[in-house]
Each structure stands twice: as structure tokens, then as C-alpha cells.
Design a protein around this ligand. Structure first.
Ligand code: AMP
Length: 469
């Protein structure tokens, strides 16, 4: 049974580097390029070969790290993390990497994903006498690794990984080595790069470009990678299965300049737009995209349909998370902080408005209203992904089924709720077409939030069609 998790939202990013004089500083730049994956907290742990040192804080990477901090973080090896809470509260104890000290050495852990059986494992650990410090499910893995007094090594890590069920990309740092592991279905992304003689591991390849590293290969499902001064060793802790990389990484989450599974994110989004234009054409004057994540799909839709692509909505880049939100009175007067319609472009026009996805329906409703208020004659909403009707258990902020607008309303009802003139979603086939270039074992995608077919269940079973959550 999949229990619904209220307020899921973990779209964390992990970064690790082994064997570079500027390990902490490069980790900072790597994390900065993945800031979109988590804005609630950031942290870096370095190893100088003898001990581990951490610096963490709540907020953006820039707020947590100032230049002087890098001198205090001496060492040629580091792991870092940007956090967006899934499980556990928004408190400093939960900011990663988590650092554990024992008499036989230290270990730092950074995690992107969601452990579905964390509650059960936590209970078992507590029954055995473990006292956990955080409400983060990541801490559970550390306890499993050390269970029964084991040292942290390939064997104890593999044993621990075989007890957790869910989606995960882990980085583990010890004094003398770094480990990287990916869940057996490869739901979350994780890649290996090189910078001179140094090894780099990151959730997204945009982090490699940021620091001038070159992409080497992806960590494949069920692989455990060990990196030390002796080089790199790759083994598996789980049998080879088919990959199920999260489709939402392509649709919304990852940066357009990243490549996932050898497919560029911008190119895949553009193709989603192309497929959408083929499936759901509109007689209109222009195509516009909701900045930023829908621009690529809007360009694809425009190219395929032959309609001009226009900048109908503007995003104010200076609206940070701490920006003072307008009072209800000003909001009603139409003060919009983040997105504004370009009146001179949309007035009197029939518009195709592309958005990458609809979750609760709040964004589409707000934008359609805004465009109509600016004088748009018609607004046809085209969504560059299939409708999201099922919760995500693998670490994406997808809310509960109750809050998903498409789980409770037909497309016609949604069209009416958001005030659009028409609405259409990309088909499952269209999405797959845009992402999967090569139908080999490693190229599959997880579309559970759209199809209800969950590749991994809490009890460890795989590929179950679970539509009644
Ligand atoms: P909603 O307003 O709830 O329908 O959310 C849909 C909008 O949020 C779209 O414009 C997406 O770009 C964006 N979005 C999609 N998935 C997520 C997510 N997991 N976390 C945050 N925003 C998202």
C-alpha cells in the first residue's frame, strides 16, 4: 500500500568531487548551478584525508557560503547538497550532507530522492536502540550502514542499500574515499565527470559545465561507485533492471542545459512542444510560453505549427523568495510580482499558451486570467506533459491526490475552472517520444504521476499498476 505523503517536495541536488585542491569552492559552484533543485538549505562537507569538516545553513547557496568559508573547508575531497524538503521539517538539523562521527571514522551523506520504507526502518532501528537526531529519512541509511557495528565499506553500504526502497541518488564521503549510489530503477539522475585528475559526481551535468569538467558516464541503476586516490571502481549492489528515470526531470525540474540519459533537457522539451502541436493544433495568432520552464516547449510548438513565437509573459527576475508579497488589497488591484503579461503583444490576439505541466491548476488559472485582463481575445492552454493524476513517492513535489486538479476533474472541467477557451495535454506516447531516443534497457522513464504505473512499491515489488491511491 502506498501511503500518501503530505507536502512532498524534495527536488534536491547532490555534488561531489575527489582529488582537487579547490574542492570546497568547486562544490560551491556546482551547487550554485543546481540551485533550482532546492532553495531551502545548502551544505558542504570536506575531507582532508584525516577528518571531515562541515558547513551548512538554511537558505540559498550564496547566503550559506561566503568566500572566507572555503579557507576553513580545507581538503581535496568534498560532497555538497542543496535541499528542498520532502520528509522532515525545514530545520537546520535536516540540512545535508548529514555528518556522523564514530570512533572508527566519520561519514557524510547527501541524498536526492525519497525512501518509501523509511518509517518502518526507523521503527526497527529505534527498537534496536538507535536514537536518530533528525526527521530526515537520509539518517536512516547511515544507521543501516553502521548496523551491528559494521565499518563503512562497499559491503556494509550494499547491504544497507538493499534494505531501503524508493528513489535515491546518494553520495557518501569518508576520510579516504567517496561513494556514489543510484537506486535499482535509476529514478533520479546522477552522472560522473572528470576535471583533470579529479572525479566529479553530480545530479545534473550542468554542474560539470559550470566548473569546466567533462562528462564521463551516468551512474547506472543499482551501481555503487567507489572513488579514492587509487581511482574509480564500479560494482553493482542490485541486479541489473530496466531504467525508469523520472519524466518530470525532463518536463520541469532539470536545467535545460543538462543532459539526462544522453538526451538534452531543452531538446526534449522542444520535442514535447513539437509532439503537442501535432496532437493538438489550434487556429491562433501566436504561441507563448510560461517562463522559464515552458519556453523550450513553446518554441517547439511554434516551429511545428508555423505560428509565431512571442514573448507574451514577462518574468521579473528580482522576485526572490523573501520578496514582500502584496497585501490582499493590492493583489486584487492586479499587482503581480513574478509574471506580467506583455499587453502590447497579447491584446486582441488569439493565443496558444504553453505550460509544462498542471499540478493544482493555480498557475494556469492565474495566467489565463492575467492574459484575458490584458486583452487577449482567446487563450488556448496546451500542456507539454500528460495530466498529473497520481502522487509521486520518489521525491518530486506533487502533492496528494486530493489536491491534484486532474485527479478530480475532466479536461473540460479544468478548462472551465481555469477560464481557458480550450485545453489539451500531451499524450503519454508523445512524452515518451520526446524523451526516449533509444529503447534499450537503460532508457526507460517513470511516468507514474501520469499513468499510475509505479515502477517501485513500498514492499520492494516492481512495476505495479496502482491507480487507487
Ligand atoms: P500548479 O500551479 O500547482 O498547477 O503547478 C504547475 C506549475 O508549477 C507549472 O507551471 C510548472 O512549471 C510548475 N511545476 C510543475 N511541477 C512542479 C513541482 N514538482 N514543484 C514546483 N513547481 C512545479
Amino acid at each position: 500500500m502506498l501511503a500518501e505523503i503530505k507536502g512532498i517536495n524534495e527536488e534536491c541536488g547532490v555534488f561531489g568531487i575527489w582529488g582537487h585542491d579547490k574542492a570546497a569552492e568547486l562544490t560551491y559552484y556546482g551547487l550554485h548551478s543546481m540551485q533550482h533543485r532546492g532553495q531551502e538549505g545548502a551544505g558542504i562537507v570536506v575531507s582532508d584525508g584525516k577528518e571531515l569538516t562541515a558547513h551548512k545553513g538554511l537558505g540559498l547557496v550564496n547566503d550559506v557560503f561566503k568566500k572566507a568559508k572555503f579557507e576553513e573547508l580545507a581538503g581535496r575531497n568534498a560532497v555538497g547538497h542543496v535541499r528542498y524538503t520532502t520528509q522532515g521539517g525545514k530545520v537546520i538539523e535536516n540540512v545535508q550532507p548529514l555528518l556522523f562521527r564514530t570512533q572508527t571514522g566519520s561519514m557524510a551523506l547527501a541524498h536526492n530522492g525519497n525512501i518509501m520504507n523509511a518509517h518502518q526502518l526507523r521503527g526497527e532501528l529505534e527498537d534496536e536502540g538507535s536514537i536518530l537526531q533528525t526527521s530526515s529519512d537520509t539518517e536512516v541509511l547511515a544507521h543501516l550502514i553502521r548496523r551491528g557495528g559494521q565499518r563503512t565499506n562497499e559491503t556494509s553500504i550494499s547491504t544497507a542499500l538493499n534494505q531501503v526502497v524508493g528513489a535515491y541518488a546518494y553520495l557518501i564521503l569518508k576520510e579516504d574515499r567517496m561513494y556514489a549510489a543510484l537506486d535499482p530503477a535509476g529514478i533520479r539522475p546522477l552522472s560522473i565527470g572528470k576535471l583533470g585528475d579529479a572525479y566529479v559526481v553530480a545530479s545534473e551535468t550542468c554542474a560539470f559545465d559550470q566548473i569546466g569538467a567533462t562528462f564521463e558516464r551516468e551512474v547506472l541503476p543499482g551501481e555503487l561507485v567507489t572513488i579514492s586516490d587509487d581511482g574509480i571502481e564500479i560494482r553493482r549492489f542490485a541486479p541489473r533492471g530496466g531504467r525508469k528515470l523520472c519524466a518530470m526531470e525532463y518536463v520541469y525540474l532539470s536545467r535545460p542545459d543538462s543532459d539526462l540519459n544522453h538526451v538534452n533537457v531543452h531538446a526534449s522539451r522542444k520535442q514535447m512542444g513539437v509532439e503537442l502541436a501535432k496532437e493538438a493544433p489550434v487556429d491562433a495568432d501566436m504561441v507563448i510560453g510560461v517562463p522559464d520552464s515552458s519556453i523550450s516547449a513553446a518554441i517547439g510548438y511554434a516551429e511545428e505549427s508555423g505560428l509565431p513565437y512571442e514573448m507574451g509573459i514577462l518574468k521579473n527576475r528580482y522576485v526572490g523568495r523573501t520578496f514582500i508579497q502584496p497585501s490582499q488589497e493590492l493583489r486584487e488591484q492586479g499587482v503581480k510580482m513574478k509574471l506580467s503579461p506583455v499587453r502590447g503583444i497579447v491584446e486582441g490576439k488569439r493565443i496558444v499558451m504553453i505550460d509544462d505541466s498542471i499540478v493544482r491548476g493555480t498557475t494556469s488559472k492565474r495566467i489565463v486570467k492575467m492574459l484575458k485582463q490584458a486583452g487577449a481575445k482567446e487563450v488556448h492552454v496546451r500542456i507539454a506533459s500528460p495530466s498529473i493524476q497520481h502522487p509521486c513517492y520518489y521525491g518530486i513535489d506533487m502533492s496528494t491526490r486530493k489536491e491534484l486538479i486532474a485527479a478530480n476533474n475532466s479536461p473540460e472541467e479544468i478548462c472551465e475552472i481555469i477560464g481557458a477557451d480550450s485545453i489539451a495535454y500531451l499524450s503519454e506516447r508523445g512524452l515518451e517520444q520526446a524523451i526516449v531516443k533509444d529503447k534499450t534497457i537503460n532508457q526507460g522513464v517513470c511516468m507514474a504521476c501520469m499513468t499510475g504505473r509505479y515502477p517501485v512499491m513500498e514492499n520492494g515489488e516492481t512495476e505495479i499498476n496502482y491507480t487507487k491511491c
